[in-house]
Ligand binder design. Structure first.
Ligand code: HSE
Length: 310
């Protein structure tokens, strides 16, 4: 096999209470990447579609940074190189794991072309190097769900321990992306380095409640647990009309609503597509009324993660 086309989904990370430890991927929204083996031992980004600001230099683009981490780990590196043609469906700075989609697509596709030396769990570690380069922190709560599919818990970072969670299959997510950019690196720097014990107690109670609610399909418990007292109160100032969006989502019957990743996207988690569609219409109307362009997505939780398209 000399070339491959792969897809890696966008993702909602944090999921309210799970800062840096919880995430799930979306359907259809994400990055496509065509990778071709090349005779010259180098990594070359030949084209980027859907974005004109990302660097094509191999030391500045997360695709090639993550792939280089994979190649550096091999006992014997290949005697050929790779060319990459990237198509972005989600803008960087959206809070939908845009950089993660690119990193995951890169390492997943190259791993396929090399005959699968690594499993998907190991590939997450290489993709995390893309996150380190783009946000300053090698967080896994976007790359792990994008790679593996389904709800993923990062139980531990050292060593990396990824848990694929059980969850009810009738969950849908509605995401609104107001067209402003929030840099993850900046949104990370805003957060306090220490939190009050009472907030920590609230937060870890909610993480445990959410994981348990997902496993038992206890929608009331899921709903009660979708609360964030750590990141959202600090970051809410970055997201226009967040409070109104949350109220609207709950009025539509959503289980919960919070910032997607570091924002500005906002997600709602809903039981069934009907409520998700209703929430989508209400989100769109909210931002239209405020003359803020927005993209709205309705999606089930992607179960496959990174996949080969051709
Ligand atoms: N967990 C990360 C954060 C996600 O909130 O900073 C970035 O999209």
């Amino acid at each position: 096999m000399n070339s491959i086309k792969v897809f890696a989904p966008a993702s909602v990370s944090n999921v309210a209470c799970g800062f840096d430890v919880l995430g799930y991927p979306m359907d259809d929204v994400g990055d496509q990447l065509i990778i071709k083996k090349t005779p010259v031992k180098d990594l070359v980004i030949t084209a980027i579609h859907g974005d004109n600001q990302l660097s094509r230099y191999k030391n500045e683009n997360v695709v090639t940074i993550a792939v280089q981490a994979l190649l550096d780990h091999l006992d014997s590196p290949p005697d050929f190189g790779f060319g990459f043609e990237l198509t972005k469906k989600v803008k960087p700075g959206s809070g939908l794991g845009s950089s993660a989609s690119s990193s995951v697509a890169g390492v997943f596709g190259v791993n396929e072309l090399l005959g699968r030396p690594y499993n998907k769990e190991k590939l997450v570690e290489f993709a995390m190097e893309g996150e380190r380069a783009s946000s300053g922190v090698a967080h896994a709560d976007n790359v792990a769900p994008s790679m593996l599919g389904g709800f993923v818990l990062v139980r531990s970072y050292t060593p990396l321990d990824l848990i694929q969670l059980d969850y009810p299959k009738d969950l849908f997510t509605t995401v609104v992306h107001p067209q402003i950019e929030v840099k993850t690196s900046e949104a990370k720097k805003m957060l306090k380095k220490q939190i009050d014990l009472k907030d920590a107690i609230t937060q870890w109670g909610n993480v445990a409640g959410l994981v348990s609610g997902l496993a038992k399909a206890d929608y009331g418990l899921i709903s009660r647990s979708l609360k964030d007292v750590v990141a959202e109160p600090v970051r809410s100032m970055l997201i226009p009309y967040l409070a109104q969006a949350k109220q609207i989502a709950m009025d539509c019957g959503a289980l919960g609503c919070s910032i997607s990743g570091s924002g500005p996207s906002i997600f709602a988690l809903c039981r069934g597509k009907e409520i998700a569609d209703k929430t989508a219409r209400a989100f769109k109307a909210l931002y239209d009324q405020q003359n803020i362009d927005s993209n709205v997505y309705v999606s089930s939780v992607n179960t496959k993660g990174a996949e080969v398209l051709e």
